[in-house]
Design a protein around this ligand. Sequence first.
Ligand code: SF4
Length: 265
Amino acid sequence: MSEIIWSWSRLNTYHSALEGDGCFHLFNQQYNIGNRGENNYFAEYGTLVHEMTERLHNGSLIAWDIEDELKRGLKNFHYKVPFQKMRASYENSLFKFFDEFEDVFKDYTITQAEELKNFEVDKIKLKGFPDMFAQHREYGKVIGDYKTSRVYDTKKMKHNIMQLYLYSIPYYNEFGVYPDNLVYIFPREKENRERVFKFEIEELERTKQWVRDTVCKVLNHKDTWTPRCKTVDGKKDFFASQLCNLRNQCAFRYSCVHRNEFTPY
Ligand code: SF4
């Protein structure tokens, strides 16, 4: 087997399955077998935000064209919003964010955006695409990330901030110092979109330990790759029915509701 290059997504997909928020079968299909499945509305929405942001930062899109580009981008989505009543909220916040784009980024000087970084924790090889490395007038050197979800609660923030701590490793490799702060920008918030966290070396150590532990768990995974839909109704469960990349091809999706017709995995 070729050497595994780990990523936040790979590690976190396994972690989510362990926590009961994801699916081991999905992890196995995606990362061991290479079945990437398909996209969904929320992922396309996130991609549109990232692409537009990058183009505005690198000057290949000008403010004048934003509205038309957003309309074009939305029209080209392959997936519909799962519930129609969500649509206005998602689209309105998108237009509002880009309408206020200059103001949101007025204090940032972006030095790098979405560049591939290869780095290591001990001998564990990792890769990632940090949304931005930047200099901020008040926060100093920052690593920033755009998230199109609602603002994380405290528990999720404590966990997900490790993605930015991971990116502080290639940041250090490149600049010889760690960032001063880690910043999340939540474009769907109407105002107060930033969440800023002071960089703490102890948190970096916690992140490295989580990487070691999670890699160890994946490599020593002895159980079957249990499908989430063995225990949840794949028609109603939001993860299985809307987010899961295999939702339209997975043989296990209705194994809970039709459990008598299924042989256990
Ligand atoms: S449809 Fe259900 S069992 Fe299948 S990969 Fe998705 S979450 Fe897992």
